[in-house]
Design a protein around this ligand. Structure first.
Ligand code: CP
Length: 305
């Protein structure tokens, strides 16, 4: 039985297979409409979500399966003190696969030791978000046609931004990657990510506080929201929340084929005026989430179509 806790649980070849499968689903969705008939996905979300939970549910429904779950800890027995281990041991008897989001780093890994069905990490605290990375990779492949030889700017909350941590891990396996880490001092990339995925692999990187100074070098710009929910005090959040705002003026400094990504939700960090710029790929990226999650469910349930 396979789980997806960290994006590195999937080999480069497996990621390419998932992308190819997602593309086949996009091309011919009817072929897959009964692939998971009588299968049940449980979405156990102990933290808020729009895209991840709903795209997982849409994915399973589009495969002919069913969904159940909860969208906040308060409506589950976690509010009465039930452990993650007990929750997933019980839900394993109600569902064939579980997608779980939790505010505590490592909770999905703990869950995987107690579940008898595959566990998918749908985001654990400020740690990792591997299925967002699959969505990001499908978008990058569609926009750039390759994963190698790219200069990738990651901008905003690199400290708590779990999507950034997973994306860096995934991209660190390709040749010719250069990372440009754009953040204020307080929101720099944590050392566990920098050491494991950048320094240990000898990948070229620079750090900058200024988006304007580096934007012209980028093939991809991955904007992120400052993660309000992970801050210990309101004052720091208010000081940092609008540190970067991508505007039309800044986009004039970028390459004509730079691709702007954002895992969403957006707060203020990308001006809505950019939405009509052909380089803005973030809504396309969110839509791809449904198809790559369909591919992932098929893989983890070992369903052949
Ligand atoms: N990208 C992402 O995880 O969005 P949600 O928090 O809405 O699921």
């Amino acid at each position: 039985m396979r789980n997806l806790i960290n994006i590195m649980d999937l080999s480069v070849e497996e990621i390419e297979e998932l992308i190819s499968l997602a593309d086949d689903i996009i091309a011919d969705p009817q072929k897959y409409q009964d692939a998971c008939r009588h299968k049940i996905l449980a979405t156990l979300f102990f933290e808020p979500s729009t895209r991840t939970r709903l795209s997982f549910e849409s994915a399973m429904l589009s495969l002919g399966g069913n969904v159940l779950g909860f969208s906040e800890a308060a409506s589950s027995s976690a509010s009465k003190g039930e452990s993650v281990a007990d929750t997933v041991a019980v839900v394993s008897g109600y569902a064939d696969i579980i997608a779980m989001r939790h505010p505590k780093e490592g909770a999905p890994l703990v869950a995987s030791a107690h579940a008898t069905v595959p566990i998918i990490n749908a985001g654990d605290g400020g740690h990792y978000h591997p299925t967002q990375t699959l969505t990001d990779l499908l978008t990058i492949y569609h926009e750039k046609g390759r994963f190698s030889n790219l200069t990738i700017g990651l901008c905003g909350d690199l400290k708590f931004g779990r999507t950034v941590h997973s994306l860096i891990g995934a991209m660190s396996r390709y040749a010719g990657i250069r990372f440009v880490l754009i953040s204020p001092e307080e929101l720099k990339l944590p050392s566990f990510v920098k050491q494991e995925y950048i320094k240990a692999k000898g990948i070229e990187y620079i750090q900058s506080e200024s988006l304007e100074e580096v934007i012209g070098d980028l093939d991809l710009l991955y904007m992120t929201r400052v993660q309000k929910e992970r801050f210990f005090n309101e004052e720091d959040y208010l000081r940092l929340k609008d540190f970067y705002i991508l505007t039309e003026e800044k986009m004039k400094l970028a390459k004509k084929d730079m691709c702007v990504l954002h895992p969403l939700p957006r707060v203020n960090e990308i001006s809505t005026a950019i939405d009509s710029d052909p380089r803005a790929c973030y809504f396309k990226q969110a839509h791809f989430g449904r198809y790559i999650r369909m591919a992932l469910i098929l893989k983890l349930l070992e369903v052949q179509v």
